[in-house]
Structures are given as C-alpha cells and as structure tokens.
Ligand binder design. Structure first.
Ligand SMILES: Nc1ncnc2c1ncn2[C@@H]1O[C@H](COP(=O)(O)OP(=O)(O)OP(=O)(O)O)[C@@H](O)[C@H]1O
Length: 256
C-alpha cells in the first residue's frame, strides 16, 4: 500500500540547530500520529516541512508516493490539509466565506464556489458547533470559536492527510474531545491520515496509534503509543518526572 505520507532520511534545521536528523516516517491510511516535545523542540517546524511549506535540509517527503515538486501546490492541497498553530486573518471575512476557502484547491482557476460547496462548508461548520454563526466576521470570534472554524475549513477541504499543529489550542475540554473524536472518525471511516502536534501525552495515547518524540537536539524516537508513551520516555522528553495512571482503560500522565 502506498503511504499517505513518507519521510525518508529527513533532516530539518533551524539555523545551525537540528530539529531532526535522518527521520524515517510512514503514515498509512487510517493512521494517527502524535508529535510531542518540549516548547521550541521544533514540532511546528517539522510539521510545516512535512506539509511542504518549508524546505528540508536533507532527505525527502512524499505524499502518496510523489514529492511536493512533482505534485505542485494545487494537487498537494487536495491531498494534505495543514492547520497552523495560530490563525491569522489578513482581512475580515465571514465564517462561511472562511470555511469555503477550503474548497479552493478543488475548483478551477476561474470557478466560483457552487451550492454544493456551500453545503459542504455548512455541514463542516455544523460538525464543530458553529451553525448560526455563518455571517459573523472572523475578528469577532472567540479564540476557541476561531480554532473550530479552522477545523471546519479543513473539513471542507477534505484532504486525505491532515497535518494539525496543536489542534486543541484554545478549546475547552468538551471541544477537545469532540475534535479528537472527529479526526478519529475521519481516520476510521474515510481512511484519512492524521498527524497532530499535541502537548497532552494522555490524549495522544488515547487518540493516536503512534507517537514521534522530538528531543530538541536532532534525535527522535517513534513507534506505537503503547511502547513510546511511557512515564520513563516522557519524563526524559520533558525533563520533568511524570507518573502513569490508568483509569477506565486509558493511560494518563501526571507531573510529579
Ligand atoms: N525564523 C526563525 N529564526 C530563528 N529561530 C526560529 C525561527 N523559527 C523558529 N525558530 C526557533 O526554532 C525553535 C523551534 O520552533 P518551533 O515553533 O518549531 O517549536 P515547537 O516545538 O513547535 O514549539 P512550541 O511547543 O513552543 O510551539 C524555537 O526555539 C524557535 O524560537
């Protein structure tokens, strides 16, 4: 099976600092991967490299077997969606218009969005609880509402691969679980691949199949969450002792 995402011998640097050296990564349809690490370890930098938005210093990234230069930006945007850590609105537009921007990679150069596109956008807004807010201007949204709009825009884009930089930022606990369940459903039902930068290893253990730990010095570890997300690994990763607690079949990690 062709991997949705493959990174081979990927080396990413910021100045003379290494984020990862010779990273090997494969994501198959339906798989969810969590990226964890300390602040400044380079998680966002790696994610934007995986999204083809930043050049790698070595190795390569392929989407369903093709490099970003082979695909070109429009085809790449039909295959992978990227959610930035913060949502910047260059100018005010309505909630519905913002969600509809997710359809742009699917339209011809001179096409307008159709009624069917608007239906997709409205359905996506409904899935994140923004029905009734379609005509609101984006600067008037709260932080959590703006984040849910970013998720709705990605749902409207409907790529095969979702690259999410801290998708739970600004969300209350209930909306965090709703968002994680939503991406779990896309993986299960549509075979979507999901890569998420997360700061909660308990949620990563519950909602991802595999985890990638970025140590901040170019070294990394990855594997199934059962093997990688342990108190010993995580204590070393964060430089603070953590204790593992099991409850109702889920594993949680508590700072000591
Ligand atoms: N253009 C830049 N010039 C200099 N340093 C940069 C630049 N971009 C990022 N950095 C630095 O690179 C490091 C990695 O940044 P990155 O945003 O990828 O980290 P992160 O792991 O996502 O962090 P966080 O958990 O805080 O979001 C940080 O120390 C950051 O200050």
């Amino acid at each position: 099976m062709t991997a949705l995402l493959q990174a081979s011998r990927l080396t990413v640097r910021i100045g003379d600092r290494e984020v990862c050296r010779d990273l090997e990564l494969q994501l198959q349809p339906g798989e969810r991967l969590a990226i964890l690490g300390r602040n400044g370890a380079g998680k966002s930098t790696l994610l934007s490299t995986l999204a083809g938005l930043r050049p790698a210093q070595g190795g390569e990234v392929r989407l369903q077997g093709r490099s970003y230069s082979e695909l070109g930006p429009r085809a790449a945007a039909r295959q992978r969606g990227w959610m930035a850590q913060t949502q910047a609105d260059a100018f005010a537009s309505s909630v519905l218009e913002t969600a509809l921007a997710g359809r742009h990679p699917h339209l011809g150069r001179w096409d307008w969005e159709s009624g069917a596109d608007a239906e997709l956008a409205r359905a996506a807004l409904a899935r994140v609880g923004l029905t009734g807010m379609e005509q609101r201007e984006t600067p008037s949204l709260s932080g959590g509402e703006r984040q849910r709009l970013a998720i709705a825009t990605l749902l409207t884009q409907a790529p095969d691969l979702y690259l999410l930089d801290e998708p739970l930022a600004h969300l209350d606990l209930s909306h965090q679980i709703t968002a994680l369940e939503l991406f779990a459903g896309l993986a299960r039902e549509r075979g979507a691949g999901v890569v998420m930068v997360l700061h909660d290893p308990g949620l990563a253990a519950r909602y991802c199949d595999r985890a990638l730990l970025l140590q901040g010095d170019g070294t990394w570890e990855s594997g199934p969450v059962a093997e990688i997300l342990t108190a010993a690994h995580l204590s070393r990763l964060y430089g603070h002792p953590l204790r593992e607690v099991e409850d109702g079949g889920s594993r949680w990690f508590i700072p000591c």
